[in-house]
Design a protein around this ligand. Structure first.
Ligand code: C2E
Ligand code: MG
Ligand code: MG
Length: 780
């Protein structure tokens, strides 16, 4: 407490205490003056204390608290007017001072109501108001019945004055009391001071007015000093007003009980009033009417309040039910996959741990099947995620219908499902289920808007206790086995072996190494020449195929077959492919500077790059940067790159052709070679796979196949490149069958860029006419 406030507090208590003592000492003439002095000083001090308290708490002052100082200010104004009246000797009822004095109670009531409003719901606030009104009416009824019989009322205004003081002050006191159970408050000093101040003042005014009606009120009486003490109590309570809530369970239970008994207490007081009327035989109509009216009003208000609280508690119960429901929903969401409704990883791991514990106790076996969809990404990329999601939902439903009741099917994320088979009798059982799952997944799925798609599945199986005895290792091993199944080919299942763990580790290391290789620019391009000509003398270099290699930090040159499949799997092929295009185009431009030889450049395109939205923009920018004509570029794609979703591949290839770039079908004959695909897609060139060339001329069937492919290509007006020529005999045979373009170790191996210009001279090759933009009706 600051020094000034301390002086104010001690000073005001001292003055009132002195006035109390003087009341008994000084002679009668001085008493009225003494009364006015201590009233004026005490109420002035009370207001000043309330105001100072507000100033101290400025930062976190609740707005309602200002009503306390406003009330005390009104009271102080009333006192000043009273002093003036006393100066002029004006006595009567009511006097102008009454209008201001009276405002103290309502101001406090407003403030307290606002405090309740901050913390209570609307129905509870109405219930408190009804409680406060009922309690005030009950008390007022009792007071009036007790006092009215002694009050010689001559005018209605006198009755009003008699009523309004206790009405205002008691309502405020009641509200302050009701704050305790409704806001679950700890009873602190400021609350005690406030309730006692208001009650004391209410009582003093009642008594004073009664005496005033009965004759002159006595100057210098104890009642007069009570006014000053009550004022000071209000000043002190307002100075340090604060609410403290309690969280103690016992206290909360007690307050809940109190709340239930409030209407009962009001009715009890009303009952006492009626008993007083009967016992004292009061024959004053106004008192009887007041008692009856207040009792009826209290009854009405109590009923209303009970029904309000009842409906609110019903609402609370309803809210509780809703919260419980949403909690259950959240719990379900936390443990289930929102898309398929299947258990998620968390729940699956939990069940797996339980199943393992159970199997360990009972010596049982269990199998874990790790299912990964094949070509799911193609659906997502070509049709969009919306259809991808629908596919996952439908596949999950299919699987769920077929798994045994004791088994747990879960979705771990993306297109990965996992099945836990408990009480396994033998390994073949797991293999049988794996095969069933593969067949189920492979059946075409009908999606919205008439789309029908077919995906495959690869499954890895790990068995407890053979492969692992903890949940995490069991999952990891099944995952490794699944990778092996993927490598073998779509639609197969694999059991886990120790070797797979080693491979999985290598895969992880390779992933990390590849990332580093890209950052450190460890990739290099070698170029394998492509020759054209019908006789040996004619053979001349017309182009090169860019073939990537990885030069590791220790100087090893890693061939593409050792890292491209992994890069395709982890997505790194996209940035690697971008780099190849840019580097190869730049190299072609460099050769243009060095030689007159205008070579064509073939670049291999991976399936993953097809689904990369930046592919076409990347190619365009590489062409622009290097200044190479699009007609000198050929992109080689394998049949597997086209996948099942030809529509998307067709769009990309057509755009490339529209740009003027050539498109070649690489390794023809090894994939799912299809004539209709050849007819539908806009290829310029066809590269017969080296597998058919290798056995020529010893294996006559291979030679026949190669010859047939060349005939087919002629019909379809496609340029044929025979790759993998390793011997002179192979070259002769293919030349005899009409092949005009050749690639193979016999002619030239893939080699570093600087060795290519030497191959250009002499003789100087001539660039064939660009064919990329020629129109073929069958592609329309
Ligand atoms: P590919 O596109 O069919 O490339 C031809 C492969 O055959 C090359 O292997 C080449 O060295 C090899 N080859 C050429 N002539 C002969 C021969 O007479 N006998 C034998 N046995 N092989 C011959 P390489 O360089 O190891 O490339 C292997 C595959 O890696 C390529 O097959 C291609 O599919 C892929 N690849 C290479 N570079 C890239 C690249 O930059 N991007 C992508 N996506 N794939 C690439
Ligand atoms: Mg190729
Ligand atoms: Mg090839």
């Amino acid at each position: 407490m600051p020094f000034f406030d301390r002086i104010l507090a001690v000073g005001s208590v001292g003055v009132v205490a002195l006035a109390t003592v003087l009341t008994f000492i000084v002679n009668d003439d001085v008493l009225p003056v003494l009364d006015n002095w201590h009233w004026t000083l005490s109420i002035g001090a009370a207001w000043l204390l309330a105001w100072r308290g507000e100033r101290q708490a400025e930062a976190d002052l609740p707005a309602y608290r200002r009503w306390f100082s406003r009330g005390l200010a009104c009271y102080a104004v009333g006192q000043l007017i009273w002093d003036m009246q006393a100066l002029f000797g004006w006595r009567g009822m009511p006097t102008p001072a009454d209008f201001f004095y009276w405002l103290l109670g309502p101001c406090y009531a407003i403030g307290l109501l606002q405090a309740l409003k901050i913390h209570l719901s609307a129905p509870r606030l109405v219930a408190v108001k009804l409680d406060a009104a009922a309690m005030t009416l009950a008390l007022l009824g009792l007071i009036l019945v007790l006092y009215l019989s002694n009050a010689p009322l001559t005018a209605l205004s006198e009755l009003v004055v008699l009523i309004i003081y206790p009405l205002g002050l008691l309502s405020a006191a009641n509200l302050a009391l009701l704050l305790i159970p409704f806001l679950c408050l700890r009873i602190n000093t400021s609350l005690i001071l406030l309730v006692s101040g208001l009650s004391l003042l209410g009582y003093s005014w009642m008594e004073w007015n009664l005496r005033a009606l009965q004759g002159e009120p006595e100057a210098g009486s104890l009642l007069n000093v009570l006014f000053s003490w009550a004022g000071l109590l209000l000043g002190f309570s307002a100075y340090d007003w604060h609410l403290e809530c309690t969280a103690a369970n016992e206290r909360l239970r007690f307050y809940r009980l109190c709340q239930r008994f409030i209407p009962g207490s009001s009715l009890l007081i009303a009952g006492v009033t009626l008993i007083v009327i009967i016992v004292q035989n009061i024959d004053l109509p106004i008192a009887n009417i007041t008692a009856l009216v207040t009792t009826a009003a209290i009854l009405l208000m109590s009923t209303l309040r009970q029904s309000l609280l009842l409906s609110e508690s019903e609402k609370l119960l309803e809210t509780e039910r809703l919260i419980e429901e949403s909690q259950k929903r959240y719990e379900h969401l936390a443990y289930h996959d929102p898309l398929t409704g299947l258990p998620n990883r968390l729940l699956f791991e939990d069940r797996l741990k339980h199943a393992l514990a159970h199997a360990k106790r009972n010596g049982g076996a269990l199998a874990l099947l790790f299912v990964d969809l094949d070509r799911f990404k193609d659906v997502n990329d070509s049709l969009g995620h919306y259809y991808g999601d629908e596919l996952l939902i439908k596949i999950a439903r299919r699987l769920q219908k077929r798994v045994r009741a004791d088994d747990t099917l879960a979705r771990l994320g993306g297109d990965e499902f996992v099945l836990l088979m408990e009480s396994l009798s033998e390994n073949t059982e797991a293999a049988g289920i794996a095969q069933t799952i593969i067949e189920l997944i492979s059946q075409p799925v009908q999606l919205r808007e008439g789309h029908v798609v077919a995906v495959g599945a690869s499954i890895g199986i790990s068995i407890f206790p053979k492969d692992a005895d903890d949940a995490m290792t069991l999952i990891r091993n099944a995952d490794s086995a699944m990778y092996r199944a993927k490598e073998i080919g779509s639609g197969s299942h694999q059991f886990y072996t120790q070797d797979l763990t080693r491979q999985a580790r290598q895969r992880l290391r390779l992933d990390a190494d590849l990332k580093g290789a890209l950052a450190r620019q460890e990739f290099v391009l070698h170029y394998q020449p492509i020759f054209a000509g019908s006789a040996d003398a004619d053979l001349r270099i017309i182009g090169v195929e860019a073939l990537i290699r990885w030069r590791t930090a220790d100087g090893r040159l890693v061939p593409p077959d050792d890292f491209i499949p992994r890069a395709e799997n982890n997505g790194l092929i996209v940035p690697i492919g971008e780099w190849v295009t840019v580097a190869a185009c730049r190299q072609l431009a460099a050769w243009d500077q060095e030689t007159d030889c205008r070579l064509r450049l073939s670049i291999n395109l991976s399936p993953k790059q097809f689904h990369d939205a930046r592919l076409l923009a990347g190619i365009e920018s590489a062409l622009q940067q290097s200044g190479i004509a699009p007609q000198r570029l050929v992109f080689e794609v394998t049949e597997s790159a086209l996948g099942q979703y030809q529509q998307h591949a067709g769009e990309v290839l057509t755009t490339l052709r529209d740009m003027g770039v050539g498109v070649a079908l690489d390794d023809f004959g090894t994939g799912q070679s299809s004539l209709s695909r050849l007819r539908q897609l806009p290829f310029d060139e066809l590269k017969i796979d080296k597998a058919f060339i290798r056995e020529i001329p010893t294996h006559p069937i291979d030679g026949q196949i190669a010859a047939n492919i060349m005939q087919l290509a002629r019909i379809l007006q496609l340029t044929v490149v025979c790759e993998g020529i390793e011997t002179e005999a192979q070259l002769r045979f293919l030349q005899a069958e009409g092949c005009k373009r050749f690639q193979g170790y016999y002619l030239a191996r893939p080699q570093p860029a600087e060795q290519i210009p030497a191959l250009c001279r002499p003789p100087v090759p001539t660039l064939p006419e660009p064919q990329a933009n020629r129109q073929r009706p069958r592609h329309s």
